[in-house]
Structures are given as structure tokens and as C-alpha cells.
Design a protein around this ligand. Structure first.
Ligand code: GLN
Length: 284
């Protein structure tokens, strides 16, 4: 029995792209990502129609992925990893998929940390760890602590930390429980769940496969900002910064909470789609 055959990457690419075309918004990009993952194919390999000898098993795997993707199962979970800030993070069911929008929060954090040496950083509701681990890797002198309450998400956080060599202190626990983490932090960052009740009712099919506890911020989406601001502003020294990722339209409510907690120099920062995605405030 022949269990290997030769394929032409360009032909396979076109086939996947056409199949996905009826179901997803960017079939060309997704077909590239799939081939990159399964056959380690570069875009150039696809363009020139490079040949590969592949196993029956690999082809079966490929077909399975394309079929599940046609059912709107998230591509990132099918591939098992996804890029964030130039690094690959392991993902799967039970952990929120890193979004490019979140890179704006990381950039604000890194910019704030620039003049500080050996800063202490706290990342709350870490999920895959894309925020905290990226900060630690970009600033190896920083002492970063990450808190995540879901055991499944926490296992991804640990594995990503290990794989990327980020040396972040990872704590399994609920950020809203006082005393879960000790001490003061120069920078506290969080991308907490922020979708409203209505958002949850109208979720895109793909997002319905993601853990609701990583998405839902109660009726008005603002629950975590209220709680975290109250609990963690006292953990900032003078000159320390609190930085949140927020949902569309939440900037004024969140800025008001920061200001009520006596934070100053409150800034709102847009993502690459022009949506205000990040709010920061400083302790004076
Ligand atoms: N950005 C995610 C979404 O729009 C939500 C992430 C979150 O709640 N923090 O689906």
C-alpha cells in the first residue's frame, strides 16, 4: 500500500482557498496559514508550486482542518498556535485567542517601561499569556507576574511561558480575590472580559467556540474594570501606570473609573482599525 504521494503546493493551495471561499472572509490568508502549519510551506513555496512528498496521514489531517473550518471552528484552534507580536503562542479550546488589537496595549506598556530599570509588572486575566509574556520577553530585566483563574487557560500560560523562555511568575487564581498577589507594581496591565450581555447574544460563530468566561464582562461589560480598578490602584506606587484593553465605546466609562480612583494623565489609544482600544492612567 502506498502511504506517501507527491503534491503540488500551489494546486493544494488553490483547492483549499476555493473550498474555504464559500465560508470564510479571507480564504487566501487562511489557506496559506494552513499550509504553513501542516507542510511548513512558505508563501514562496506556494507561488512557485513547490512539490512535497506527504503522507496519507498528513492529507487526512489537512482535509479534517479544512472541513472543520467550513463549520466556522476557529482556525487558530485548528492550527494550535497563533502569532502575537512576532511570536507564536499555543492556543486551544478553553483559552482566548490572542488578537492583533491587543498589541496596542503591549506597545503602550513597553513605551511606559522604557525609562524604568528592573520594573515590576503585573498582568491580570492573562489567558494564553500573550501580554505578560511579550512584555517579559521584550524587557528581560522586568519582573513580570501573570494571574489567570481558569485551569485550562493556565495550562496554556505555563506552556507558553516555558516554550518562549519568558520566565514570568504564573499564578493560578482569581484576580478579583484580594491578596492573590503581593506587593507593588510599576505597571499593571489587563485585557479582562469586556463583552456586554448583548454582545454575547450576537457573537460571531467563531467566537462562540471561545471560553465565555474570558469574554463576558456582565450586563454592561464593565464589571472587571470596576473591580480591578478598586482593588489594584492601591498597588501602584507614585508614577505607576494602570493600562487596560477595552471594548468598543467603553473608554469614557473606564476613564471615569480611573479618575474616580484618583489616577491622572488618563490616555485613550486607538487600535489599527481606529477604535479606541486601550485606556491608561497614572498614579501621582
Ligand atoms: N476582543 C475580544 C472580542 O471582541 C474580547 C476580548 C475580551 O473580552 N477581553 O471578541
Amino acid at each position: 500500500m502506498v502511504d506517501r504521494k507527491e503534491i503540488d503546493l500551489q494546486k493544494v493551495y488553490v483547492k483549499i482557498k476555493n473550498t474555504l471561499g464559500n465560508y470564510v472572509e479571507t480564504p487566501d490568508f487562511e489557506a496559506q496559514q494552513i499550509l504553513r502549519q501542516i507542510f511548513k510551506a512558505t508563501y514562496n513555496d506556494i507561488l512557485i508550486g513547490a512539490k512535497r512528498t506527504v503522507s496519507v496521514e498528513q492529507m487526512r489531517n489537512l482535509k479534517g482542518i479544512v472541513l472543520r473550518r467550513c463549520d466556522h471552528y476557529p482556525l487558530q484552534y485548528l492550527l494550535g498556535e497563533w502569532d502575537f507580536y512576532g511570536r507564536s503562542f499555543l492556543v486551544g479550546e478553553g483559552v482566548l485567542i490572542p488578537r492583533a488589537d491587543t498589541e496596542v496595549l503591549v506597545e503602550q506598556a513597553l513605551c511606559f517601561l522604557k525609562p524604568l530599570s528592573t520594573p515590576r509588572v503585573l498582568d491580570l486575566c492573562s489567558g494564553s499569556g500573550c501580554i505578560g509574556l511579550t512584555i517579559a520577553l521584550e524587557r528581560p530585566d522586568a519582573q513580570v507576574t501573570a494571574v489567570e483563574k481558569s485551569p485550562v487557560a493556565f495550562s496554556y500560560l505555563l506552556e507558553n511561558n516555558e516554550r518562549l523562555g519568558a520566565k514570568v511568575e504564573c499564578l493560578l487564581g482569581d484576580a478579583l480575590v484580594p491578596g492573590i498577589v503581593e506587593g507593588m507594581f510599576d505597571l499593571i496591565v489587563s485585557n479582562p472580559p469586556y463583552l456586554t450581555k448583548q454582545d454575547i447574544e450576537e457573537l460571531q460563530t467563531e467566537v462562540q467556540f471561545e471560553p465565555v468566561e474570558a469574554l463576558y464582562g456582565e450586563e454592561d461589560g464593565l464589571y472587571f474594570y470596576r473591580e480591578l480598578t478598586e482593588l489594584y490602584v492601591p498597588r501602584l506606587p507614585r508614577g505607576g501606570m494602570l493600562a487596560y484593553e477595552i471594548g468598543e465605546g467603553q473608554q469614557d466609562a473606564v476613564a471615569e473609573m480611573m479618575s474616580a480612583a484618583a489616577l491622572k494623565s488618563i490616555c485613550q489609544i486607538r487600535d489599527y482599525n481606529g477604535i479606541i482600544r486601550c485606556v491608561t492612567g497614572m498614579k501621582e
